[in-house]
Design a protein around this ligand. Structure first.
Ligand SMILES: NC(=O)c1ccc[n+]([C@@H]2O[C@H](COP(=O)([O-])OP(=O)(O)OC[C@H]3O[C@@H](n4cnc5c(N)ncnc54)[C@H](OP(=O)(O)O)[C@@H]3O)[C@@H](O)[C@H]2O)c1
Length: 316
């Protein structure tokens, strides 16, 4: 009898927001997952080190590879473009070469930030790119590395990520931190639009794409466009704190001191290629955000938990 060996998935940058959703989803889907990062707590694989990437891929012998590792802080990328290019472009080239030489199917996660954001209707996979900041340029250079080295690979662009629970360092995490700190007013931007993308939905859809073989360019984002104000409004309402916290609409210039890097005006993604294959499994962002709160912060929801956040910061 032949021994059944589960396929091995090697993930780079697995300690981050998306990795925290992909690792358990891939395990549940039957993969033996080897999760790596430069963060402590998992085997170290620094994608800037080409020899280390070659060695890891040789030793582990993965059946599939998912490349998440990236410098994702836009301000850090702008301050240090060489570091951004080293990780996001050269690091991706190292992973692409290691996968290509062994014909290992590879998925690279890219971003709506490859577009300039001037098209208010949003972006399909066929639209021309024109990154306007270093992060976007470095992620696009990563896409080019994938295309240069890999005859077949998936480049999958995600929208504004929501997820990660305690590791959520994006907008939802920032608003939750302000609520916890007892902020009476939350400012949220109205002049930038995107497609909020729940990490668990993205992970499931990415694994779904594997069923037809990772090949080509895909957008996978939550359905429906939103500005940060819309997301904050949904969040405050879901947590039952909208009556005591004032949500203040502001232009992005309000945050220039804290977030000096210019973001594209429109980062809305349409999942056209996945939909054509019948593999667009993403949900509406509101439904996904509610699901995220129920999964990661159940005690904070007034209907299901104690509504802890609803009572925090109130006068005793
Ligand atoms: N978050 C979003 O809204 C978003 C949207 C679209 C696309 N994406 C893309 O999706 C992927 C995953 O994003 P995420 O939100 O999970 O990002 P994340 O939370 O920042 O996770 C990325 C992980 O990669 C690690 N890393 C950085 N440099 C590395 C290196 N040289 N070698 C190995 N690991 C390294 C990071 O460690 P440190 O924390 O120490 O840097 C972090 O643990 C990225 O490629 C990102 O560009 C993200």
């Amino acid at each position: 009898m032949r021994e059944h060996r589960p396929p091995t998935m090697l993930i780079t940058g697995a300690a981050g927001m998306l990795g925290s959703a992909l690792v358990p989803a891939a395990s549940a889907a039957g993969y033996r997952v080897v999760a790596t990062d430069i963060q402590p707590g998992m085997p170290r694989l620094d994608v800037r080190d080409g020899a280390a990437v070659e060695e890891a891929v040789e030793d582990i012998g993965p059946d599939v590879l998912v490349h998440l590792a990236a410098l994702t802080d836009l301000e850090q990328c702008e301050r240090d473009p060489a570091a951004a290019m080293l990780t996001n472009a050269a690091g991706t080239a190292h992973v692409a070469r290691a996968a290509a030489s062994r014909e290992i199917p590879l998925a690279y996660i890219s971003t709506a930030g490859v577009f300039d954001g001037h098209n208010a209707n949003g972006y399909h996979e066929t639209d021309p790119v024109n990154p306007i900041n270093t992060y976007g340029a470095s992620k696009y250079a990563g896409e080019e590395a994938i295309r240069r080295y890999c005859a077949r690979a998936a480049i999958v662009r995600a929208g504004w990520m929501m997820g990660g629970g305690q590791r959520d360092h994006k907008f939802v995490g920032a608003v939750l931190a302000q609520i916890r700190a007892g902020a009476p007013v939350i400012h949220a931007v109205t002049d930038r639009t995107g497609t909020p993308t729940y990490t668990r939905d993205f992970a499931a859809a990415l694994l779904g794409l594997a069923a037809v073989g990772w090949d080509g360019l895909f957008h996978l984002a939550g359905h429906g466009a939103a500005c940060r104000y819309d997301v904050a409004a949904h969040l405050l309402h879901a947590l039952g704190v909208n009556d005591r916290i004032r949500l203040e609409p502001v232009a992005s210039s309000f945050f220039t001191a804290r977030y000096p890097v210019t973001r594209p005006v429109c980062e809305v993604l349409h999942n056209t290629a996945a939909a054509r294959l019948g593999l667009d499994r993403m949900r509406g962002w509101q439904q996904a955000l509610t699901a995220y709160l129920h999964t990661d912060f159940p005690a904070d929801l007034p209907a299901t938990g104690t509504g802890r956040l609803a009572t925090m910061g109130q006068p005793r």
